[in-house]
Design a protein around this ligand. Sequence first.
Ligand code: MLT
Ligand code: ZN
Length: 460
Amino acid sequence: MDLIGKLSKHFSEEQLRFDQDSLAHFGTDRSRYKKPAPAAVVFPQSTEQVQALVILANEGHIALVPSGGRTGLSGGAIAHKQELVVSFDRMNKVLDINTTDRSVRCQAGVVTQQLQQIANDNQLLYPVDFASSGSSHIGGNIATNAGGIRVIAYGNTRNWVSGLEVVTGDGKVLQLNQGLVKNATGYDLRHLFIGSEGTLGFITEATMQLTEAPANLSVLVLAVVDVQSLMKVFDAFRLSCRLTAFECFSQRTVDIVCQHMGLEKPLHKESPYYVLLEFDNDSVQKEETVLATFERCIGQGYVSDGVMSQSAQQAKDLWRYREDISESINNYTPYKNDIAVRVSDIPLFVAELDQLIAQRYTHFESVWYGHIGDGNLHLNILKPENMVAEDFFTACAELNPHVFALVKKLQGSISAEHGVGLVKRDDLSYSRSEDEVAIMRAMKAVFDPRGVMNPGKILT
Ligand code: MLT
Ligand code: ZN
């Protein structure tokens, strides 16, 4: 029986798509790293249907590629070799809200923002947040251990997963940790699936933890005079309040965002670097302490100007200078580097990176921004207008070893939060040892012996 015949046994006509538009749409992610070319798209509605699909894939040696909100930036959800795309769009049910456990159990296709809204409706917080939370799926967040803008206070997605249901590559359904806070019964398989990018199995359901909502978040945007001052400012504010975000971006990124989004400049004078920091402004004393820290940073010459939000709307408006960067620079078809070092190494890293860019990237413009409070920088190389995208990406790949060698020297990561996917796969050895990769391969063989789960991602 051909593939269509086999699929039709388990799925209704409206759960299957073969048309070119759907193949192009569901077979890619935001990296647009490879031209999508899947064989079909399947829309399961239950764990049983995902399991049936995996069993079918094992029998017929069919490669499966998971598709969530397709907001990934590393090609983890690209199907370019006639694979079967498994879309989680119809596995979008919230199954249980438990305010005693402070948890929500949901299917993998629930959109991140929906989970944030549910938390909010219950006077609680789901704290993992990023610009794409309006489209990304919880399943995709878990599969890439998504980070975002509040990692400094709340950690990555991993910290909030208390239970997982997965279908392994050989078709077993596993219930992992069942929402428990404490569970010391051996290897915690849940954590293997977090960040595994669909290469071991597919996440079908998750139990996500919620926490207390902060009372009143205020935002400051500061003009910072140089790289060394960035960390001085970080240290100063960290001592005076509980930071919930500490983000950084350059003047060039501000220019691009303002031009693309039609925004006014955040401050009167220009500055090489900007910091956006957020803190819980829960008392008059707290605000006074923070303002005194701001004055001190001006006095010490670290900061030349700044603005603080006076309302929730103003805080939201200020966030746009940071959150709208990704969308704004997309017009330049950027080559994205998502790198991390220990926070204390940031000044050295940025200084060496700037030197490297000045020496090696002379024919390309580069901009960087990032979650500097957790050591994660996004170095984006912008494609010259007259250059073909493929040639540009090839040229960037040739330059990569220089950046990655610097990352390796500082024992950093070549993918802090975007995942490995296809884009960083061949460079994994800069961050993971041969022994580690061998163990990863062995684990893949245990969970996915026939290699049907998102093959070619993370590992060759
Ligand atoms: C961000 O921090 O804005 C996201 O990781 C996306 C990006 O780097 O483009
Ligand atoms: Zn980021």
